[in-house]
Design a protein around this ligand. Structure first.
Ligand code: SF4
Ligand code: SF4
Length: 243
């Protein structure tokens, strides 16, 4: 909200807003709430203290415990809300990271599942993570998203590794890029009809193919060894096709 009695129409709020959610037009500051990412930059730069935040519900957070005893939390946006970033940010703060879901269950791993691509919700999911697991596929689509997200991980200072899913459907360009960018390929999962059928039926890959259990345990051990062997780990999973 803009306090018109304090505002001098200096325009600094509109200049700092990367999302064009503010515009100074004549004697008025126009606010476009649907474009606002809630970054708070305008509040910080306003020399008159004329800007205040107003609570606006954009979705719901919910949490529960899976059959295996893991805590699962999700954020659901209200229909028509365009900005997912604030709900991702809220989800990261709630419930407290590593809160025990069931006594005796290992709570030293937090897995954040990001949407595909390199948009703001992906960046917010990655921010603060200890490791980034990039799940991709050997196609131009997978390579495109990988090329976008890897520089972001570098800028955020997050170590990253790659899982190549559906191996066999495309070409070697993704593997070549990983080598060129110094990204370790931690796992390869071939394209098999039984995997697709199991996942379409709501089953996990390991339920469909128990022989992959040790490979996933090894994957986690490698990530833990890269980050800090004894510490809690926040792992962000992002990437392009094949997720
Ligand atoms: S920065 Fe503050 S004073 Fe300047 S135009 Fe924006 S709301 Fe008004
Ligand atoms: S909070 Fe950020 S995105 Fe929203 S209007 Fe202010 S500067 Fe723009």
């Amino acid at each position: 909200m803009i306090d018109e009695t304090r505002c001098t129409r200096c325009g600094r709020c509109a200049e700092v807003c990367e999302y064009h959610a503010l515009a100074v037009v004549g004697l008025r500051v126009l606010v476009f709430p649907a474009l606002c990412h809630g970054c708070g930059s305008c509040l910080r730069v306003c020399p008159e203290g004329a800007i205040s935040e107003r609570q606006h519900g954009i979705g719901r957070l919910s949490t529960g415990v899976t059959a295996g005893g893991c805590r699962l939390s999700q954020g659901l946006m209200h229909v028509g809300e365009p900005m997912a970033t604030p709900i991702v940010r809220a989800l990261k703060r709630w419930p407290p990271a590593f809160a025990p879901a069931v006594p005796g269950i290992d709570c030293t791993l937090e897995i954040r599942d990001a949407p595909p691509g390199a948009s703001c919700p992906v960046v917010e999911t990655m921010r603060g993570a200890d490791y980034l697991l990039l799940v991709t596929e050997p196609t131009p689509f997978g390579l495109h998203d990988l090329r976008q997200v890897v520089p972001i991980a570098t800028e955020l200072g997050i170590p990253a590794g790659v899982v190549i899913n559906r191996e066999g459907i495309g070409d070697a360009a993704v593997a070549a890029y990983c080598e060129e960018a110094g990204l370790p390929v931690l796992m390869r999962i071939p394209m098999e009809r039984r995997f697709a059928e199991a996942i379409a039926a709501g089953r996990t890959l390991v339920e469909a193919a128990p022989e992959y259990g040790p490979a996933f345990r090894e994957l986690l051990a490698t990530i833990r060894a890269t980050v800090a062997p004894a510490a809690p780990v926040a792992l962000a999973a992002a990437g392009g096709g094949g997720r």
